[in-house]
Design a protein around this ligand. Structure first.
Ligand code: NDP
Length: 396
């Protein structure tokens, strides 16, 4: 683990001051809900969006952050005119998104951006000693070695927000010194669980966007339908918990009640359960080591007489198999996998690529790009952009 969770830094102030990168997204909005119900514990310092100026303005008027960033500079004027008179600083552009995390008043940065865009701000935040509540799993997939090394050097904890990794983290509390035999990541199986390849040939983005249990942003919803989300999570788990490939098992659990499990060396398995609700892992990541009271709906065993578990179908859902391969080879391969997936998912959402072709594009990119066993930060940046070019060529 990047730093010592049991000896978590005791922040001197009563309230934790939080920067939410991607506050207008699904995770960002739920984080604000958590914060508004726990105003004695949290204070909003920074909010950011890409293009959604209207929502960013509404959020800023309600939560009164110190500063906001709109990444797409086209919207700067609108945001500035709405917020400047309220004494809220307004910045725009990618560089502002990266440097805003340096603000001295920030204790925790919640990375709720989607995809590669989260990489640089996360690294900058760690460099400046900010604790990280990590939703943006793609950053750990792209450059997990670099990020976890840096976090250790800087004494920064990375608190998982992903529900599965939060579950594992919650199972580990009290057991940090005991060795993990393996973890068991649960997967809902998404909207196409049980389907065969022939049935998936012509599925549309609308069908793939209908997740049975979770209401999430578009990219992660498609990743759930292709099972790339679980693949990314397998790689994320390797870096967060320092595990080998053979220590990370995936089981399909359609009810999404058991969020994940840890098996220790004595064979004992600890699990964390609850209704599917991202507010809980968000709150846990922000409040750790405290558990704050909540009014989230409670799980009842009698409402769920059957909790079922099955093996994932790696032939139909190739992406999960590809992610395991990338994890095993390491180097820049997970970065290639991620970039190709981002382009392929985008093309699928625009009806320019078939559902099953998403994994074809990813596999071809993994074969075509140069493998670098020990990439530097610049290598990751280069790999990401070269993979995007290759993936776009393949999709044309
Ligand atoms: P959304 O698409 O709902 O939100 C993404 C946020 O990031 C928005 O605020 C968006 O701004 C902003 N953003 C997008 N692209 C850029 C960019 N290039 N530069 C700056 N800002 C950008 O995503 P989710 O909330 O669903 O997911 C966020 C992260 O959390 C992902 O990595 C996902 O895998 C992870 N996650 C999500 C879960 C969920 O339940 N949603 C569960 C577990 C993990 P704008 O609104 O202006 O477009």
């Amino acid at each position: 683990m990047p730093a010592d969770f049991e000896h978590h830094n005791t922040l001197s102030r009563d309230k934790k001051h939080i920067a939410i990168l991607g506050s207008t997204g699904s995770i960002g909005a739920q984080a604000l809900e958590v914060i508004s119900k726990n105003q004695d514990s949290f204070e909003v310092e920074v909010l950011t969006a890409n293009k959604n100026a209207d929502l960013l303005i509404r959020q800023a008027k309600k939560y009164k952050p110190n500063a906001v960033v709109i990444a797409d500079e086209k919207w700067y004027k609108q945001v500035f005119e709405a917020l400047d008179r309220l004494d809220i600083k307004v910045y725009a552009g990618e560089n502002a998104l990266i440097s805003i995390v340096e603000m001295e008043s920030i204790d925790i940065v919640l990375t709720a951006l989607v995809g590669y865009a989260g990489l640089r701000p996360t690294i900058r935040a760690i460099e400046h000693g900010k604790q990280i509540a990590l939703a943006n799993k793609e950053t750990l997939v792209i450059a997990g070695d670099l990020i976890t090394r840096l976090a250790r050097e800087k004494g920064v904890n990375i608190y998982p927000v992903d529900s599965e990794h939060s579950a594992i983290f919650q199972c580990l509390v009290g057991d940090f010194d005991n060795r993990i035999e393996k973890i068991i990541l649960t997967a809902s199986g998404g909207p196409f669980r049980g389907k065969r390849r022939a049935e998936l040939l012509s599925v549309t983005a609308d069908q793939a966007l209908k997740h049975p249990n979770w209401n999430m942003g578009a990219k992660i919803t498609i990743d759930s339908a292709t099972m790339m989300n679980k693949g990314l999570e397998v790689i994320e788990a390797k870096w967060l918990f320092g595990l080998r490939k053979d220590q990370i098992e995936v089981v399909v659990h359609p009810q999404s009640i058991v969020h994940s499990m840890v098996q220790f060396e004595d064979g004992s398995i600890k699990a964390q359960l609850g209704l599917p609700d991202m507010r809980l892992p968000i709150q846990y990541a922000l409040a750790y080591p405290k558990r704050l009271q909540s009014d989230f709906p409670r799980f009842s065993f009698t409402d769920y007489p059957e909790l079922t578990f099955e093996k994932p179908d790696l032939d139909t859902f190739r992406n999960l198999a590809l992610a395991y391969l990338a994890l095993e080879r390491g180097g820049n391969l997970p970065c290639i996998l991620n970039a190709a997936n981002e382009i392929a998912v985008d093309a699928f959402l625009q009806n320019k690529l078939g559902f099953l072709d998403i994994s074809v594009v990813i596999e071809r990119c993994c074969e075509a790009l140069e493998f670098l066993p020990n990439p530097s930060f610049e290598d990751y940046v280069c790999t990401d952009s070269e993979t995007r070019i290759k993936a776009k060529e393949l999709i044309k």
